[in-house]
Each structure stands twice: as C-alpha cells, then as structure tokens.
Design a protein around this ligand. Structure first.
Ligand code: FAD
Length: 509
C-alpha cells in the first residue's frame, strides 16, 4: 500500500479558529531560525522620519523566494530587516521532501528551472549547487499508441504564435480557440495548446487573457526559453541560500494578521499559528511578499491580512489576477518499469528509458514526467487548471487511486500490476493550504498590466513582491518571484534613501 507523507491542510475547511500551518515536512535542512528575537537595527538611516516605535527599516511578510530575495538584497545594503513567515519553514511554494527510499529530492511544489532564468543560474553557481537540463524525450498518447512528441514546441508554437498581444478588446484563450485558428489542420495542435495553457499556466481557459499569453505565455522559437532544468540538490537549497546570511532576522510561525500603515510607518500585528498573539513589528516600510491567494482572501480567514487603510487602489489589479489550480502527485515505484526490458516488450516500444515528459488526454492526470536524466523509480503526475480545482476536493487516497488508474490506462498495464509497483506517494494540497490558496497566478481578460499594477508601491511605504507581481512575463515561476523581490528591495531602498536625504536637507535648512 502506498504511503502518504504530505497531508491535506484542512484548516480552511475546518474554520479559521484552528490555524494549521501547512507542510510540516521538509523544513529547510541545516538552517534553523530561532523565533521571536528582537531584531537589532543596524541602519544608517535617521529615526526622526518615523514614529519612535519603528524597530526595523523594512519588514518583509513572507519567506518564499520573493520575500527571501528581497530580504537578502536589503540585508546586503546594511538595512535592518525582519522577515515574518506564517509557516514553520521557509521556502513557501518551494517544498522539497527527502525520502530515504528515493534517490533524489522530491519536489512537492516548484521543480523546474523554466527557460533562461539568470536569477537562478547565479544562485546555483554561488551556492555551489548542481543543476541539469532535462535532455530526455517527450512522448504522447492521445488515445492511440505511445509515440514520441519530438515536435512538441513547434506544434505548440503553431497555435501560440496566432495570439494577438495588441488585441482590443482582450479576450479569453477559450474565445481565441473557438475561432479555430489554423483551421482543421491545427485541430490536434490546438488541443495540445489547451493542455499547455491549463497545465503549465494552471489557468482557466475561459478566464486567461489572450494578450497576456501572447506576451510571454510560451517560449515561442527561443531555444533558451525552451530549456527546462532541475536543481539536483533540491529546490529548497535555493531558498536556504537566499536565507543563509539572514539568521534570526527570519521569524517563522509568525502569521501577519493586520498591517496598519501611514507614510513612513508600518505596524504589523502577528499571531502564532496556534492563535496566540505575538508582539507586533514596527518598521519604516514593508514588503508584502505573500501569494496572490492570500492577498485576495477575505479578512478574518486564516492567513488573510487586513490592511488599514485598505488596499483600495490595488483592487482593480487584483481583480485581473487569478490563482490557478494544480494537483501534483509524486509516485515511487519498486522499479522504473517504463525503462525496463519487460515493458518495452509488453508495449512493443523501444526508447522509453529516456522518457522525460508524457502527454496524454487522461482526464485525471494528463501529464506525467520522470526524473530523467537522473535514473530513479519516480514519476510525477500533473493536472493544472479548472479540472485540478475539482480534483483537489477529493480525499488524498482517492487522488492517489486516480493517479494509479491513470498510469495503468496510459501505459496499458493491468491496474493490479500498476498498483503493486507503487511503493509510496506524496502530494501537497496547495489549493486548501491557507498560506498559498492555489498554485500560482495568471492574468485574466483585460489584465495584461495587472502584475505591474500590483507591484506599484503605496506612498513609498507598502511594497509588493511575489510571483504575481513580476512585471517581465515570468509570473508563476521561482525566478520571477526572485526578480520581483529584488525589484521591490531596490524600490524600498530608493524610497528610504530619498526620505533620508529629505530629512537631512530639512535639518540643515
Ligand atoms: C505545485 C507547484 C508547482 C510549481 N512548479 C514550478 C516550477 O516547476 N518552476 C517554477 O519556476 N515555479 C513553479 N511553481 C511556482 C513557484 O513555486 C512560485 O512561483 C514561487 O515559489 C512563488 O514564490 P513567492 O515568494 O512569490 O511565494 P511563496 O513561495 O508562496 O511565498 C510566500 C510566503 O508567504 C507566507 N505567508 C502567507 N500568508 C502569510 C501571512 N499572513 N503572514 C506571514 N506569511 C505569510 C507563505 O507561508 C509563504 O512562505 C510551482 C508552484 C506550485 C504550487
């Protein structure tokens, strides 16, 4: 029987009173962050500009890739900071699990380095990590025999290049497809593109913006953007590297519940995940680096943050961003059967030993991938988009059952045989995790500028970071989150430095 190691966080379903920080596993190894210590200000900035209680220059809410990247950048500029993280671990939607039975780290959140991601290349290099490009072969089976899908990107591009980035008015991807771009000749490619938009972007085709997808929704002909890599040491090592010099400036189990602010001053009320209150933190500025789902959560729900004054000016931007859904399951087998001789004979197919991705029209798990080029008895099943939101309502046993059924169907093996080979499974319920509330963001119709609108600071005091606030078309990625964190850090620094100069000028007048 398969083991289950990551459990559904049911705090949302069970009510707000019992905050249950999700993902108890895979806390960043080797990095312990003592909680609740006072952060000593080392800033050269004057205190006259702010209320007396300010204890740090910048408070950062959220210790995901964006928050940590912002914190590190500000720390490197000698600013005093504190990072407030709701969970008992850092990394956010980077969630790596190490299992003694698996030869590779298992990713339950982000796994891939998508395209040219210089932010990640730099970290991998500086942290002495190993990253590889996925060099295997794509396969597909759309109701027929398994066959290679070597022309995956070209087929995708035949559809995606027909998207109009200037289209007025904007429309949904579904409306775009309804016009049957490319005619009957591209019917198969349109199906592939639909799967890509639902799967890769985790988006609802009826809501996602054509213009946004046209801007950067696919790699197009750019071979560097088509690269897909993996951090062999585990994605959590990236988060650990970002946090390495921050020490006790990162406070975990600190759920921000309320942010009261005025220009130049922020006060953040905090709770322990068990509901006890924690001392509030006062700062000159704050970077809000929580997921879009948390920003949109109604006040009073677990994880939600009340802003006072309210974020009214952010509403139009937030209304044009949506949180996509993903169900992702990791299965460990007794053997990598797809790469075996017996399976090759059974399926009368050679070459599956270098299988990387496997695209199907399965309604539960349409996409699978292996750990190739690393040889390991691991497969990952993926469902993104509206179907994933429905799938994630099921009990984990049921999801696992459906995953095994899906594999048995797609590989043409008896269910009992497939089930007998599964030794363990893992999945994390991002949909019901109160501190993510979905997988990652996408832009809805009319929302091509929404990430930029979200990223815009309020009165030089409240700044925003996170994958949803990346302005370069890399929303939904780790490197987009890192870039947005660094961008916010640069803006905070500029803002505080400008204020500092203003005070100096006023003092000398
Ligand atoms: C299943 C899945 C697969 C993915 N695959 C990939 C991939 O292969 N490649 C890729 O590049 N990207 C992938 N992504 C997306 C990637 O994980 C995210 O874009 C990125 O990690 C987001 O970083 P972030 O800092 O913006 O947000 P997060 O990592 O979510 O960090 C936000 C932090 O805020 C904290 N927080 C929330 N509420 C509060 C509160 N009230 N008070 C204090 N703290 C709070 C959270 O606990 C969290 O730690 C995937 C995501 C998922 C869910």
């Amino acid at each position: 029987m398969a083991l289950r190691e990551s459990r559904t966080d049911s705090a949302l379903r069970e009510g707000a009173a019992r905050i249950d920080p999700s993902a108890p596993l895979a806390t960043g190894r080797g990095t312990k962050f003592p909680q609740g210590r006072t952060v000593r200000s080392t800033t050269p900035l004057p205190s006259a500009i702010v209320l007396k209680r300010a204890t740090v220059d910048v408070a950062i809410i959220g210790a995901g890739a964006a928050g940590l990247a912002a914190a590190r950048a500000l720390h490197d500029q000698n600013m005093s900071i504190v990072v407030l993280e709701a969970r008992d671990r850092i990394g956010g939607r980077i969630l790596t699990h190490r299992d003694p039975g698996a030869p590779v780290p298992l990713e339950l959140g982000a796994e891939f380095i998508h395209g040219a991601a210089p932010e990640l290349d730099e970290i991998v290099r500086n942290a002495g990590l190993a990253a590889v490009d996925i060099s295997g072969r794509r396969w597909q089976s759309f109701g027929e025999r398994l066959r290679p899908a070597d022309d995956f990107w070209e087929r995708l591009d035949r559809v995606m290049r027909r998207l109009d980035k200037k289209r007025t008015p904007d429309r949904s991807f579904e409306s775009f497809l309804a016009k049957k771009p490319g005619g009957r000749r591209l019917a198969h490619d349109r199906r592939l593109a639909l799967q890509y938009v639902e799967g890769f972007h985790a988006a609802d085709p009826a809501r996602v913006s054509e213009r946004a997808l046209a801007e950067g929704g696919s790699p197009r002909g750019d071979v560097r953007e088509r690269r897909i890599g993996r951090v062999l040491d585990g994605y959590d090592r990236v988060a650990e590297w970002l946090a390495a010099s921050l020490g006790d400036q990162v406070r975990t189990s600190a759920v921000a519940t309320r942010v009261r602010w005025a220009p130049g001053n922020v006060s953040i009320e905090l709770r322990h995940p068990d509901g006890r209150s924690r001392p509030s933190v006062d700062a000159r500025a704050a970077i809000v680096a929580v997921p879009l789902g948390v920003l949109k959560a109604p006040v009073g729900e677990v994880g939600a943050i009340e802003f006072d004054p309210d974020l009214r000016s952010k509403r139009p931007g937030l209304d044009h961003l949506a949180m996509g859904s993903v169900v992702r399951i990791v299965l460990r087998f007794s053997e990598p059967f797809w790469a075996s001789e017996w399976f090759a004979k059974h399926a009368k197919i050679e070459g599956l030993d270098t299988l990387s991705f496997f695209h199907t029209n399965d309604e539960d798990f349409p996409v699978w991938w292996s750990t190739y080029p690393v040889r390991a008895p691991i497969l990952v099943g993926w469902h993104g988009g509206p179907g994933a939101a429905a799938l994630s309502q099921l009990a984990q046993e049921e999801i696992e059952d459906r995953a095994i059924n899906s594999l048995a169907r797609q590989f043409g093996l008896p269910l009992r045989r497939m089930r007998g080979m599964v030794e363990a499974s893992w999945l994390h319920d991002w949909e019901h995790d109160p501190f993510s509330r979905g997988a990652y963001s996408y832009q809805t119709v009319g929302g091509v500028d929404a990430p930029a609108a979200l990223a815009r600071p309020l009165r030089g005091t409240i700044f925003f970071a996170g994958e949803a606030a990346d302005t370069e078309g890399r929303t939904g990625t780790v490197h987009g989150a890192i870039a947005s964190g660094r961008h916010a850090a640069a803006e905070v620094e500029r803002s505080l430095t400008t204020r500092f100069s203003a005070v100096r000028r006023a003092e000398s007048d």
